[in-house]
Design a protein around this ligand. Structure first.
Ligand SMILES: NC(=O)C1=CN([C@@H]2O[C@H](COP(=O)(O)OP(=O)(O)OC[C@H]3O[C@@H](n4cnc5c(N)ncnc54)[C@H](OP(=O)(O)O)[C@@H]3O)[C@@H](O)[C@H]2O)C=CC1
Ligand SMILES: O=C(CO)[C@H](O)[C@H](O)COP(=O)(O)O
Length: 468
């Protein structure tokens, strides 16, 4: 019997995805560029699942039933193009390639165009959930043609995470919609991670709490409105002890945060589309800045001042509120970005469906998503969630506690880029009169760039000083 689907790339994600599919009763063919990895996978992880290992691409493709369905789970970037090039000689019209890695959405558009000319179907598919999710049920975000999606819909729905609102997979939209949505998912992920890290930092530096104590607070929060995968793993991280030193694991990890690109791409896309996403932007900047460890250590001595540490007795409560405000705004900024991209690129994305498939399986799954859906359901065409009365009622009581947190952090000179930028975002969005009038005056002064007036329509330029 032929395999019903193939997986190329047997690193963390590919192995677990292949096992997940096989455990749902499908025959899966697998291939990896380095055969050692395939061999190890088969020997160590395959336990009776119907997995057919191939050690060359020709036999891999030949082992698949037609139309062939092949998931590429390789490193994003040129490896995807290289694999496509190597597979093409063996493929036939109507076969389907699914790029399930974190590819840039513009690469996906390019690949779609190229392959469609050859009659090869292509789905740019975001997959979230890490290795555990890939094995037990990820959130799956496929984009491309509906015709292509139909070929794998049954398998995807079976392997996806399940919530009370159904499987965490839906047809996301045309072209590169799937990869765009996954990219923004990661941009939101960066912002929430950074906001959690800032809250942790304040607990340590202002309240002097130890990781174990911080873990207990996050664990409690995880039972309330902050209940989410990222808060859950945070308390588990706080509990972990390094076997070598006996110290909390988090204390032996170097404070340099890496990134593979999706957060930065989100910010680039937001700037290109003119959507304000400051919480997401600052989360990327925070990771970049963290890399200057040596400089930070030297500067910490040069600029040392005794911090004014004023622990408020309600600080834990304020921190919880500040984190919920930052989380809410990270989602709302991301959703706005997706909706603008959907209009600009004709994706046809249904935001309610996106929120539904983010309820389970993915890294940003959170109880708050139910609330976001409630808000969006009231007026699905209004993607600026800030305008909803429900949002106003939610955010207003969180402003004061977030302000207190930011003030305490400021005085103690603890950086809080995402908490601050979230607040600044809200303050800017709810400000009827921004100082952008002065910017326009300056632009007109030095570059005759013109301005609009508040009292009459039209475009104006004045002579600010005589030209000599
Ligand atoms: N890890 C995670 O939590 C998540 C990852 N992703 C995305 O899924 C994809 C796979 O991720 P992950 O499993 O972590 O693996 P990696 O991103 O580490 O990629 C390793 C895999 O890519 C293959 N590869 C690398 N270069 C080439 C090449 N030039 N030609 C052919 N194959 C190549 C490797 O083969 P070889 O063994 O021969 O080196 C290996 O199978 C990535 O796009 C990633 O961003 C998405 C969600 C979560
Ligand atoms: O897609 C993912 C989670 O959703 C991957 O884990 C990704 O690698 C995370 O991004 P980064 O490595 O830039 O932190």
């Amino acid at each position: 019997m032929k395999a019903q689907i193939g997986v190329v790339g047997l690193a963390v994600m590919g192995q677990n995805l292949a096992l997940n599919i096989a455990r749902k009763g499908y025959i899966v063919a697998v291939y990896n560029r380095t055969s050692e990895r395939t061999k190890n996978f088969v020997e160590q992880r395959v336990k009776g699942e119907k997995i057919v290992a191939a050690y060359d691409l020709k036999s891999f493709v030949e082992s698949l039933e037609r139309p062939r369905k092949i998931i590429l789970m390789v490193k994003a970037g040129s490896p995807v193009d290289e694999m496509i090039d190597e597979l093409l000689p063996y493929l036939q019209e109507g076969d389907l390639l699914i790029d399930a890695g974190n590819s840039h959405y513009e690469d996906t558009n390019r690949r779609l165009e190229r392959l469609s000319k050859m009659g090869i179907l292509f789905l740019g598919t975001g997959v979230s959930g890490g290795e555990y999710g890939a094995l037990h049920g990820p959130s799956i975000m496929p984009g491309g043609t509906k015709e292509a999606y139909k070929l794998v819909e049954e398998i995807f729905l079976k392997i996806a995470a399940k919530t009370e609102d159904g499987p965490c997979c839906t047809y996301v939209g045309d072209y590169s919609a799937g990869h765009f949505v996954k990219m923004v998912h990661n941009g939101i992920e960066y912002a929430i991670m950074q906001a959690i890290a800032e809250v942790y930092d304040i607990m340590r530096k202002v309240l002097g709490l130890q990781p174990k104590e911080i873990g207990e607070i996050f664990k409690k929060w995880n039972e309330g409105e902050l209940s989410s995968f990222l808060v859950e793993i945070t308390y588990k991280i706080m509990e972990k002890i390094d076997e070598e030193t006996g110290k909390p694991m988090v204390d032996v990890i170097l404070d340099k945060a890496e990134q593979k690109g999706t957060g930065k791409w989100t910010v680039e896309a937001a700037l290109d589309l003119g959507v304000p996403t400051p919480s997401l932007n600052l989360a990327v900047v925070a990771r970049v800045l963290s890399h200057f460890k040596q400089q930070r250590m030297e500067l910490s001595k040069l600029y040392w001042q005794k911090p004014i540490v004023k622990a408020d007795k309600n600080l834990i409560e304020y921190l919880e509120k500040a984190l919920s405000l930052a989380m809410f705004l990270a989602y709302s900024q991301g959703l706005w970005l997706i909706s603008e991209a959907s209009k600009a690129f004709n994706y046809g994305v249904n935001l309610l469906e996106i929120l539904r498939i983010w309820k389970g399986g993915c890294i940003i799954r959170a109880k708050m998503i139910d609330f976001l859906r409630e808000i969006l359901k009231e007026n699905p065409s209004n993607v600026n969630l800030l305008e909803s009365q429900k949002t106003v009622e939610y955010l207003k009581p969180r402003i004061e506690p977030t302000l207190k947190v930011c003030q305490i952090a400021r005085e103690a000179q603890i950086p809080t880029p995402v908490l601050n930028s979230s607040l600044d975002y809200l303050f800017s969005m709810k400000e009827a009169n921004l100082p952008a009038n002065l910017i326009q005056a300056q632009r007109d002064f030095f570059g005759a760039h013109t301005f609009e007036r508040i009292d009459k329509p039209g475009i104006y330029h004045i002579e600010w000083q005589p030209l000599e």
